[in-house]
Write a protein that binds this ligand. Structure first.
Ligand code: CA
Length: 234
């Protein structure tokens, strides 16, 4: 039941079973998957073990209180957390946010308000992730480094001179480590959607790229996935 890796599930950590059930049913009705924990410790264990879309966290919990759960999750993970606090206490809210929660809601709440906050937090998280990715200026794969700002590529500290297409091809591969990219996808992303280039141009450029980045090195970094495309595997 708790073997979740697809990041579509909301974890509800709440000891009041009625409350938990109510939220769970409403979330399921909205199309979310849910999982529940009824005390702080098992909630924390689940939160650390699985990748959840979001966590709803009550503060007053048996075993381990919500603030500690929140802090411990934050030490390891960025999963969005909304705190549900029974007391309309400024201190609870402030310390919840201090401990790394992203938002809070005061019980009792209208389910529409909770749903709106979930949507808004997920939107914010998505934008943040995109922003972080855009801002990430240095990409590393073993001894191969791309400095995006200066468009410089180095392997083992030696600068590699790439053409614009070769650079863009390498950048996409490095931004998608362990993801197999098909020739079609590479063609679209590097040559553009309306390009009349054929997919075998990708093979040609991969060869150019390999000749440059693997020159004088034993290990070839770009792998061919037969019949599919290319990947850089870590
Ligand atoms: Ca409680």
């Amino acid at each position: 039941m708790s073997n979740i890796n697809d990041n579509k599930t909301i974890l509800i950590i709440e000891d009041e079973e009625k409350m938990s059930r109510f939220v769970e049913l409403e979330l399921q009705h909205e199309g979310y998957q849910t999982e529940t924990a009824f005390d702080g410790r098992s909630g924390l264990n689940l939160a650390l073990k699985n990748d959840y879309l979001l966590i709803l966290l009550d503060l007053m919990l048996p075993e381990l209180n919500g603030l500690d759960v929140c802090r411990r999750i934050r030490e390891e993970k960025k999963t969005p957390i909304i705190i549900m606090t029974a007391r309309d206490s400024v201190i609870d809210r402030v310390s919840g946010l201090d401990h790394g929660a992203d938002d809070y809601i005061v019980k009792p709440f209208a389910i529409e308000e909770l749903l709106a906050r979930i949507r808004s937090l997920l939107r914010r998280t998505e934008l943040q992730e995109k922003d972080n990715k855009d801002k990430q200026t240095i990409l590393k794969f073993k001894d191969l480094i791309i400095e995006k700002e200066n468009r410089i590529v180095r392997r083992n500290d030696e600068i590699i001179d790439l053409t614009k297409r070769e650079y863009e091809l390498l950048l996409i591969l490095m931004e998608n480590i362990n993801v197999v990219l098909s020739r079609e996808v590479l063609l679209q992303r590097v040559w553009g959607y309306d390009s009349e280039a054929e997919t075998n141009v990708v093979d040609v450029y991969i060869r150019y790229l390999r000749n440059k980045i693997d020159k004088n090195h034993d290990e070839s970094y770009i792998q061919t996935v037969r019949g599919t495309g290319y990947v850089m595997r870590s």
